[in-house]
Write a protein that binds this ligand. Structure first.
Ligand SMILES: O=C(O)CCC(=O)C(=O)O
Ligand SMILES: [Fe+2]
Length: 290
């Protein structure tokens, strides 16, 4: 019997100005979408200048992480700038509550929580020779929850510079958010999300993906950020990454997305999370009490 080779996987592409419902519907259906022109050149320039300064101060030696598995997962060629909310004014002002990202959080996460929150925000600058990551699901950070019928996390990788397949553009497995936990992708089911600077790939926490191998001499710089349901513990400890002295100076919307707001489940016959003295911390901050 002659079998025709399976068609290679594809990711649907949108523009940031496209209808947010259409983007969300497709992301929920396929597990991932590409969204072009999320960040403009002015933001990219300002942001990259801030990041360059941080990297210039960083120790050049390959770093280690909290354990050997994570050190191996990221590999010695990856420079990380973690905790962007505490480090970058451009990030806080122009990315953290970006309307295109919030529109997806509203549609993908908000139906399953009273408020969503930043899960983490990092720059991942992967140098020449960076190896392909292990294919994984980002929502594997909550392994004690049974597999959910709804998304826990909305993730994105935004290109901060050239982001080609040869440079290790993120590899995505469309449709894998619906797969059994142990199914591994065939090569034709994996697609590299090639991006121009400012473009992004949006994907669900349950979608299989990996950073690709960097076979060039150029660094591949991307911003990896994700948001999660407000009742989950976040991957980055936002209360220490963006400490209260900084948070007091921020607009209420930014304070809330950093997890400082009360998570108020009363509307769905639930209770509260994250109270201080039985009040919403954001009210206490605005009253000068914390
Ligand atoms: O670098 C990439 O393209 C993906 C990174 C990633 O998936 C991760 O670190 O969890
Ligand atoms: Fe990942």
């Amino acid at each position: 019997m002659i079998t025709t080779p399976a068609a290679p996987a594809r990711i649907a592409a949108f523009d940031a100005s496209d209808d947010a419902d259409a983007i969300a519907e497709r992301m929920l259906g396929d597990g991932a979408v590409i969204v072009r022109n999320v960040l403009g050149q002015r933001t990219l320039d300002a942001f990259n200048a801030e990041i360059d300064e941080w990297f210039a101060r960083q120790d050049a030696a390959p770093r280690t992480y909290m354990n050997d598995t994570v050190t191996h997962f990221f590999g010695p060629q990856t420079r990380h700038l973690a905790g962007l909310a505490g480090k970058s004014k451009v990030f806080r002002g122009e990315v953290l509550c970006h309307e295109v990202l919030m529109a997806q959080c509203e549609r993908v996460l908000r139906p399953h929580c009273a408020a969503y929150q930043l899960n983490f925000a990092d720059v991942m600058d992967r140098g020449p020779g960076a190896a392909r990551q292990l294919i994984h699901r980002d929502d594997g950070i909550w392994p004690y929850l049974p597999r959910q019928a709804f998304p826990l996390e909305f993730a994105t990788m935004i290109a901060l510079g050239p982001f080609t397949p040869e440079m290790g553009a993120t590899l995505i497995v469309p449709g894998s958010h619906r797969w059994d936990a142990d199914r591994q992708p065939e090569p034709h089911e994996i697609v590299a999300a090639g991006l121009e600077p400012g473009d992004a790939v949006f994907y669900l926490g349950s979608t299989l993906h990996a950073g690709g191998e960097n076979r060039t001499r150029q660094r591949r710089r991307g911003m990896h950020l994700s948001y999660c349901l407000g009742w989950l513990r976040t991957e980055d400890n936002n209360y220490l990454t963006a400490p209260i002295d900084l948070v007091r100076t921020l607009p209420r919307e930014q304070q809330a997305i950093l997890g400082y707001a009360l998570h108020d489940g009363i509307e769905v016959n639930g209770g509260f999370l994250g109270a201080v003295d039985w009040r919403n911390p954001l009210d206490l901050i605005s009253e000068g009490k914390i």
